[in-house]
Design a protein around this ligand. Structure first.
Ligand code: ZN
Ligand code: MN
Length: 484
């Protein structure tokens, strides 16, 4: 296949949103929506004379991820200073971790097995670091490439991040999506992050083709956008090569609204970050005892949950996998399954029409109003023949976006049935007038009456009362006969 020669490596930044406080100070983590520069203290502002103190919970969460991704843990956590000068970084260094200068990252040499097109594939994990998030720059008169100036907000500064780096084992945008989908499912099952929060999940993608320069696409905010950015880069780099050009090594920015990558800077050499161990932060020992404790608290992970879904609910591998790859969907499935026992029917509803509407409305799991009770009720009404599958499909978007109760909805439908004779008579007259030939035919052929009734139903979108309509059509035809 043409994708051979494409090498993709991913660097994923994930905020540990389940933490209550930042990585090195006690500022809260719920900075979103707060006025700029109000969620700060001397530590996360990097003022002189302050001392950072590690959030131990962050270390435990990171160990969980290391174990889930089959990594080799270091026996101590060493923090280093990564120096660079940029307005989002008040100290002019980021507290991070490093593989070198006698220092090690939290863990190394892991892997994640994914499934693409029915085939298993292993993506190696190079390393995982714990580091602090920088502040956030905003671009009031455009975007990073066009704004005349930028503003800086340090509310995010010091939020705990995991940096997960893969080897360049990925060869297609589709593989990248499969890898990230599974990775996110693992992180969510561990209960350490909610990637639907703005900025909680950012990916840098490295991509090179056939030995050309390595291009790094920075700050991609969703799995879908990673796939799009990679597809775009493959096309862009191929067309350069096709014209006899050489792909330069550079850093590019993903413009998610235009869906293109834009050059930010050309890289000549590796940046020199002048790493050195942070003298303010003594190394933390990762004891066997701590690892054992974390292991005992590990929740069920996706691979295990898929197998359990197949066994416990009799689902096939496909349905089980689709559900489990979206943790909240798998949780919803299990809640409905407690109330309604046709498990395959629940799975089918959730992975087809339900998800289609969730995507259509662009809802995050938090915005979905459907409760397990209402979904179970909907399926029961279907089983009892009270509603048809057509009505299920009609009610579903109302349930998802507004939490409508299906019984109320049906009642309301009955209430809105049109029984007003005068109103209906006018429609009947109009239809007889417009369909004179069919009306004359109906005078001698009783079957043609149904055609006219059908026209009334169509015009009222099925809301006209059928027996009143039939009565009125007969009455109006009788009048037509007299006139004749
Ligand atoms: Zn702080
Ligand atoms: Mn980083």
């Amino acid at each position: 296949m043409a994708e051979s020669g494409v090498k993709i490596g991913l660097e994923i930044h994930v905020q540990l949103t389940a933490l209550k406080s930042k990585l090195f100070c006690s500022c809260p983590t719920d900075y979103r929506g707060k006025p700029p520069n109000t969620n700060i203290c001397p530590v996360c502002l990097g003022l002189p004379g302050v001392l950072p103190v590690v959030n131990r919970k962050a270390i435990e969460y990171a160990i969980m991820v290391a174990l889930a991704l089959n990594c080799k843990l270091s026996n101590k956590v060493v923090f280093v200073r990564k120096h660079y000068f940029y307005p989002d970084l008040p100290k002019n260094y980021q507290i991070s971790q490093y593989d070198g200068i006698g220092s090690t990252p939290l863990c190394r040499d892991g892997y994640l097995q994914i499934r693409v097109n029915g085939k298993n594939k292993v993506v190696r994990i190079r390393r995982i670091n714990i580091e602090e998030d920088p502040g956030r720059l905003t671009y009031p008169t455009g975007d990073i490439a066009t704004s005349r100036y930028s503003l800086v907000d340090y509310n995010r500064s010091g939020i705990a991040l995991l940096e997960i780096v893969t080897e360049p084992d990925i060869h297609t945008p589709q593989e990248a999506r499969a890898f990230l989908t599974k990775l996110v499912s693992i992180l969510e099952h561990l209960g350490i992050t909610d990637i639907s929060l703005e900025g909680a999940f950012r990916v840098d993608a490295n991509i090179s083709i056939g030995g050309g320069g390595r291009v790094e696409v920075k700050n991609i905010g969703s799995i879908k956008d990673v796939e799009r950015a990679l597809s775009y880069e493959i096309l862009r780099q191929r067309s350069i090569v096709a014209k006899g050009g050489v792909v330069k090594r550079e850093t590019r920015h993903w413009d998610s609204s235009k869906r293109i990558t834009v050059s930010l800077r050309v890289k000549e050499t590796e940046e020199d970050y002048r790493y050195f161990p942070d003298p303010d932060l003594p190394p933390i020992t990762i004891s066997d005892e701590l690892v054992k404790q974390v292991m005992e608290r590990m929740p069920e992970l996706p691979d295990h949950r898929i197998k359990r879904f197949m066994k416990q609910y009799g689902l096939d591998e496909y349905r089980a996998t689709v559900l489990v790859m979206e943790k909240w969907l798998a949780d919803l499935f299990e809640s409905v399954a407690k109330l309604y026992s046709n498990y395959k029917r629940i799975a089918d509803l959730l992975i087809t029409d339900f998800m289609r509407w969730v995507n259509e409305f662009r809802l995050t799991p938090r915005d979905v109003k459907a409760t397990p009770q209402v979904l179970a009720k909907l399926l029961r009404l279907l089983d009892q023949g009270v509603i048809s599958i057509k009505i299920v499909k009609e009610i579903l978007p109302e349930i998802i976006s507004k939490g409508v109760d299906p019984e109320d909805y049906i009642k309301k439908k009955r209430l809105t049935r049109i029984a007003d004779e005068e109103y209906l008579r006018n429609i009947v007259r109009e239809i007889i007038h417009k369909n004179r030939k069919a009306a004359l035919d109906a005078l001698t052929n009783p079957r043609a009456i149904n055609y006219l009734i059908g026209m009334v139903m169509k015009q009222t979108r099925g809301r006209a009362d059928p027996s009143i309509t039939a009565k009125l059509v007969r009455e109006e035809l009788a009048r037509l006969k007299e006139e004749k």
